[in-house]
Ligand binder design. Structure first.
Ligand code: PEP
Ligand code: MN
Length: 369
């Protein structure tokens, strides 16, 4: 899949997309855009049609708001973007000369909607940003990229806006950083943008999430900005004023992906070799551990003992968590890694215990040798 970048990007400078969650009035849109234009942002965002979770909330001003975005373009020179979710939105947005379209999380999640948008885009050359689907399904996300790409769109970017989760969380939508990173590994030229507003759902952690995205080499940010955030008609709790947003962007530390400083390169190379050696040892050890697990399996089979003994598992887990703490490893990490190792051991044991006797004996002989 040949993807081209949506935005021109200068090294060391994130792509900045900002603007209100929703266009509410011509005055609100223009006021926000003028303040943001002064900050030199790359693109102005504003929702015209709002996909709301429940009916009765403000569902957007509709096509009339496109005229306000036209005025933004004319009076500030900023590129403008809005969300489209169906054929009619695409036609209206194209007619109004919107520069970039985006697909929202509630659209990406539905292949019928994505296909409808893709069909409406056939023969048109416009960049499209695709938000992650509501649920952490990287294939669904990839599928949306493919559908839009198949329609002939080559300038495609993605937006990580976090994933819906059940239960308490400090985030409105949990970020799963490894998913967009995995996506970028598969489609290296795709630009990845972090929508810190919909991840956070609140103002106080917007800056730290934006910084995290920079540290993970995201290409840019999409943030909701409103002149009077408390009065916003949608997503009030997460919006900030242009002034606060300006400070957030100024405070970002953008780290280089690499440098040509020879001393740095040599030192980092040494450290990476050390890591590679440790990884090799780790996997040698894991391989040995599985061999022992197989021998246990053979022995248990002979004595007609079950694979899983809960008490033994609890004992290993508690002991390892304790050891992990001494080494500065979190309980969650130790539990996750040990559970994976234990599952693999069970798989190996199950395999030898279900093998015909002769084969198992041979394996034992081989393991002994
Ligand atoms: C939005 O950007 O205002 C929006 C509705 O976002 P999402 O699709 O991420 O919920
Ligand atoms: Mn919003």
């Amino acid at each position: 899949m040949k993807i081209s970048p949506v935005f021109d990007k200068q090294p060391g400078k994130p792509i900045i997309i900002a603007g209100p969650c929703s266009a509410e009035s011509e005055e609100q849109v223009l006021k926000t855009a003028k303040a943001l234009a002064k900050q030199g942002i790359d693109c102005f965002r504003s929702g015209i049609w709002k996909p709301r979770t429940r009916p009765g909330s403000f569902e957007g001003v509709g096509a009339i708001g496109l005229n306000w975005l036209k005025r933004v373009k004319k009076e500030t020179g900023l590129a403008v973007t809005t969300e489209v979710a169906n054929r009619e939105h695409v036609f209206e947005a194209l007619k109004a000369g919107i520069d970039v379209l985006w697909l929202g999380a509630r659209t990406t999640v539905n292949p019928f909607s994505v296909q409808e948008v893709a069909d409406a885009l056939k023969g048109v050359d416009i960049p499209v940003l695709i938000k992650n689907p509501i649920n952490p399904d990287v294939k669904l996300w990839m599928g949306a990229i493919e559908r839009i790409h198949k329609a002939g769109i080559s300038k495609i970017g993605v937006i990580h806006r976090g994933f819906s989760s059940f239960g308490n969380s400090k985030y409105r939508n949990e970020p799963r950083w490894q998913l967009p990173i995995e996506l970028k590994r598969n489609v290296p030229d795709i630009q990845i943008i972090c929508d810190n507003s919909h991840i956070c759902g609140r103002r106080d952690i917007l800056a730290s999430v934006a910084q995290k995205a920079m540290d993970l080499q995201f290409d840019g940010l999409m943030t909701e900005v409103h002149p009077t955030p408390d009065e916003a008609w949608s997503d009030a709790a997460q919006q900030i004023t242009p002034a606060v947003f300006g400070k957030l962007v100024k405070g970002l530390k953008v780290r280089e992906e690499t440098t040509d400083d020879v001393a740095y390169l040599e030192h980092i190379d040494d450290l990476r070799h050390e890591i590679d050696d440790i990884d090799k040892d780790l996997f040698d050890l894991l391989g040995r551990r599985m061999k022992v697990a197989e021998n246990i399996g053979i022995y248990k089979k002979k004595n007609n003992i079950s694979i899983l003994q809960t008490s033994r598992w609890n004992e290993i887990l508690n002991r390892t968590i304790q050891k992990g703490r001494e080494k500065g490893l979190s309980d969650g990490f130790v539990t996750q890694i040990l559970t994976a190792i234990h599952q693999e051991s069970i798989n190996h044991q199950t395999q030898v215990m279900n093998e015909p006797v002769k084969k198992a004996a041979k394996k034992k002989k081989k393991a002994k040798a």
